[in-house]
Ligand binder design. Structure first.
Ligand SMILES: Nc1nc2c(c(=O)[nH]1)N[C@H]1C(S)=C(S)[C@@H](COP(=O)(O)OP(=O)(O)OC[C@H]3O[C@@H](n4cnc5c(=O)[nH]c(N)nc54)[C@H](O)[C@@H]3O)O[C@H]1N2
Ligand SMILES: Nc1nc2c(c(=O)[nH]1)N[C@H]1C(S)=C(S)[C@@H](COP(=O)(O)OP(=O)(O)OC[C@H]3O[C@@H](n4cnc5c(=O)[nH]c(N)nc54)[C@H](O)[C@@H]3O)O[C@H]1N2
Ligand code: SF4
Ligand SMILES: [Mo]
Length: 734
């Protein structure tokens, strides 16, 4: 706790100024977490945090079988006794006045009325069926999440696609992870982040690209701080982020200049012979073409395109060359881009050409976002057929059908539409019914006015959420009240492929049900209960998921049950053999074999594309968006419920502006200013910040107004939205 605080303190702010250690000691004022009373002996149980993909172990302290407090688990291999403020406060956000406690139906535009679960399920079936009968089976769709358990995701994906018979479903993981999924599949032959957190401690050079772990993954950052090798840290980010402040080298690349920069670095490594020829020959494919391709990426060209000087590019290449164990880490600054896949692959190329993969402390490592993004990637039945299979592959369909004891003909033979095509499908009237589960698109989708307009056009919008007041829940025709983290059982898969168990430690309020129970109820009312006769509990479904993973790269069929996962402190995939030591931390590719048929990884590259909406005379600033504090989670439906967390970040929307721009505009810290793009307009408080480059401004995504401004462009391969660069204007108030 002491160590985590030391690193967090510079990042935390209260409404009255910086957060200090003294504030923490003020009794009853800022005490983080519901610490258990010391006096009584307590029963405890283990769980895993339900916010970010780090997947910290939390010990729940029980009184009469109900959670009375929590502490970070000291012997959990992920967090070793540490947690960030969100984790400490995880129980408190469950108690809120706006919790959904009963199904709500809005008919005829009147106030929603409470109905029974029976009526809710009948209404769901009647309305969705009527739409399908009039407009075809694909006229209904679902949008899911990376924040439910794997068992729930699998249930939803299987029910919607095999039971309801629609092809179309996607998740908020499209906003987040789609780019990494495609980049890995194309380069490695399977969606497989190769690392383990021990790599944070074993590298002698760590390169973070478009990633701010200090704030977005504070406990991963703690693992970096524990690195005993005095590592060199490089941060590539247009902003001087909290992470960049702690780096040896900060490369303030122009937004979306990374691809050019990384090609320039590759050229320099090749020119100097700083490559691992043996590794390249034995384990990769396409290198010679890559050598020819990067020739035009001279230092002059790189400087012109990215704003990074020849000196800095040389230092970056030298730092990579001098490291013996170099790891590359990327997050949303790469993924949320109009050319995210090729940028991620430009990172993968660097790791491959220098042989920095498959050894401790190395890797081309995409850090995931939500607690179960990895579960969603494998089992949501959206971008893959259950278990990382392929809808278009008849052998895969046969295997899945046989494990699930169902008719193979029920499995669609092709992928459904990605998120943005679902939204466009609604606009064209092709999709009329939408079921939104555990995500808040009316806040988080790109170009919000469009999103809200589209959601408003549906014949039937069903929202399944913990709270009645989310931007999307308020638009729902039918609201299904869901239990949240702490109120249900299942498993998550964290960023290092570690499967962890979450537990029910308290009762959900009112009639709210676990998502798992809701899916079961709806499947029964739909008349396909027989298809799911073995899906009686999360743990039974886990047994099916094991079978679905068998012989895949993500094979975890060696895990006996939840008890085995818990006893081992989580288990990373692959885990094929129960005899294997479950506790050993494992990275992938130590044998140099990748998942393509020939066992070789691919060099993939392409001419960079122009920025879709560059700044101009009329729209002179480039807006970046992202995470604003360690205490805010996404659309704030959960974190805003904690008094403690609310004290740690500014309440009102704000925009960070470089001092010289502020001077030129005549604006001062705290001024209200209008920020306008071609899509929308908002008011925000000015934060003057020398961490910003001139001509760039930053707004956190947590405020409900931010996405009014964002520009809806998408990566051509992954369809991931490019949230992180659009052109805006700042209009000072008179
Ligand atoms: N506290 C907190 N933690 C979270 C979350 C949260 O909401 N709150 N959300 C979780 C989720 S789902 C996710 S996906 C992760 C996201 O974690 P991160 O990706 O680390 O967070 P972001 O702030 O979205 O973006 C990272 C950085 O990308 C930079 N960036 C923008 N454009 C570019 C570019 O063109 N090039 C480069 N190199 N950098 C660029 C931004 O300046 C920003 O500092 O965080 C997870 N953790
Ligand atoms: N401008 C901008 N926009 C962005 C981003 C950005 O960087 N910039 N980042 C994008 C990224 S990476 C992400 S991941 C998305 C996140 O965007 P969202 O997924 O829309 O954000 P959340 O607030 O996490 O929404 C989760 C919802 O599920 C509910 N919920 C929580 N637990 C449960 C549960 O167990 N069951 C059910 N049924 N409901 C539950 C919560 O109350 C909440 O309403 O935002 C994206 N939007
Ligand atoms: S770092 Fe992530 S997983 Fe760990 S306590 Fe914080 S939010 Fe939870
Ligand atoms: Mo995310």
């Amino acid at each position: 706790m002491t160590r985590v605080l030391d690193n967090l303190l510079p990042v935390l702010h209260t409404k009255d100024g910086p957060f200090t250690r003294e504030l923490l000691q003020e009794p009853g004022k800022f005490g983080l977490g519901m610490l258990p009373a010391k006096s009584e002996p307590q029963a405890t149980t283990q769980s895993v945090c339900g916010y970010c993909s780090t997947g910290c172990g939390l010990t729940l302290h029980l009184r009469n079988g109900e959670a009375s407090g929590l502490t970070p688990t000291t012997d959990y291999p992920v967090n070793l006794g540490m947690a960030c403020p969100k984790g400490w406060e995880a129980l408190r956000v469950l108690q809120a006045e706006d919790r959904a406690t009963s199904p709500l139906l809005r008919d005829g535009g009147r106030q929603p009325r409470e109905i029974s679960w029976d009526e809710a399920a009948n209404t769901f079936v009647k309305r969705m069926r009527a739409i399908q009968q009039r407009h075809g089976p694909d006229s209904v769709a679902f949008i899911s999440t990376g924040q439910m358990t794997t068992e729930e995701m699998a249930f939803l994906g299987a029910f919607a696609k095999f039971g309801m018979g629609t092809r179309h479903g996607d998740g908020n993981t499209r906003q987040c992870m789609a780019t990494s999924v495609v980049a890995y599949k194309q380069a490695f032959g399977f969606d497989a982040p190769p690392y383990t957190y021990a790599d944070f401690e074993e590298s002698d050079v760590l390169v973070f690209i478009g990633s701010n772990p200090c704030l977005a993954h504070p406990i991963m950052w703690e693992r970096v701080m524990r690195n005993p090798h005095d590592p060199k840290i490089v941060v590539i980010d247009p902003r001087m982020t909290e992470t960049a402040m702690r780096a040896d080298l900060h490369v303030a690349v122009r937004p979306k200049g990374d691809q050019v920069l990384l090609y320039g670095v590759a050229r320099l490594l090749i020119e100097n012979g700083w490559i691992n020829q043996d590794f390249i020959e034995a384990h990769t494919h396409g290198f010679q073409k890559f050598v020819d391709f990067v020739q035009p990426y001279s230092l002059e060209h790189v400087e012109q395109e990215t704003g990074i000087t020849a000196h800095a590019v040389r230092r970056l290449a030298e730092t990579i060359h001098q490291g013996e164990r170099v790891s590359f880490w990327w997050t949303m600054g790469v993924n949320q881009s109009h050319q995210g896949v090729r940028t991620a692959q430009a990172i993968i190329n660097l790791a491959l050409m220098t042989g920095n993969i498959g050894r401790p402390g190395t890797g081309a490592n995409s850090i995931t976002g939500q607690c179960n993004a990895m579960g969603s990637r494998l089992f949501s039945n959206t971008t893959n057929l259950l278990g990382g299979h392929d809808f278009a592959n008849s052998e895969h369909r046969r295997k899945v059908a046989s494990i699930l004891e169902m008719d193979e003909a029920l499995i669609p033979r092709e992928l459904g539409w990605p998120y943005h095509r679902i939204m466009e499908g609604i606009l064209r009237g092709e999709i009329r019914g939408l079921w939104v589960i555990c995500t808040n698109p009316a806040h988080s989708w790109i170009n919000q006015h469009f999103a809200q307009d589209v959601l408003g056009r549906l014949d039937f919008l069903v929202v399944q959420d913990m709270y009645t007041t989310t931007e999307t829940a308020r638009m729902a025709d039918l609201l299904l009240p869901a239990a949240g983290w702490g109120e249900k059982d299942g498993t998550f898969i964290n960023s290092e492929r570690r499967i962890g168990v979450i537990k029910k430690v308290t009762r959900a309020p009112g009639q709210a049900l676990a998502d798992f129970a809701i899916f079961r109820l709806l499947a029964h009312h739909w008349g396909c209960g027989d298809l799911f006769r073995r899906w009686t509990s999360p743990e039974n479904v886990f047994q099916l998921l094991k079978e679905l993973s068998r012989d895949q790269p993500c094979d975890f069929s060696g895990i006996a049950d939840y008890g085995a996962i818990e006893a081992a402190g989580g288990i990373q995939w692959p885990y094929r053999d129960a005899e294997q030591d479950a506790g050993t931390e494992r990275h992938l590719f130590s044998d140099g074999r990748f998942f393509h048929q020939d066992g070789k990884a691919r060099f993939l590259f392409e001419e960079p594309r122009p920025l879709p909406e560059p700044a101009s005379e009329e729209w002179p600033f480039t807006l970046l968006t992202g995470r604003g504090s360690a205490s805010q989670w996404h659309t704030q439906t959960r974190t805003a419920k904690s008094d403690v967390l609310r004290k740690l970040y500014p309440e009102d929307p704000y925009v960070e502006v470089n001092p010289s721009d502020a001077r030129e505009l005549g604006i001062l810290p705290g001024d209200l200013i209008t920020v306008r793009s071609q899509r929308g307009v908002l008011e925000a408080k000015v934060h003057v910040a020398s961490t910003m480059q001139p001509g760039q401004v930053f707004m956190p995504m947590h405020y409900d107004v931010t996405n009014r401004l964002t520009h809806p462009t998408f990566d051509p391969y992954s369809s991931q939205p490019a949230y992180k660069a659009c052109a805006v204007r700042l209009e000072p108030h008179a």
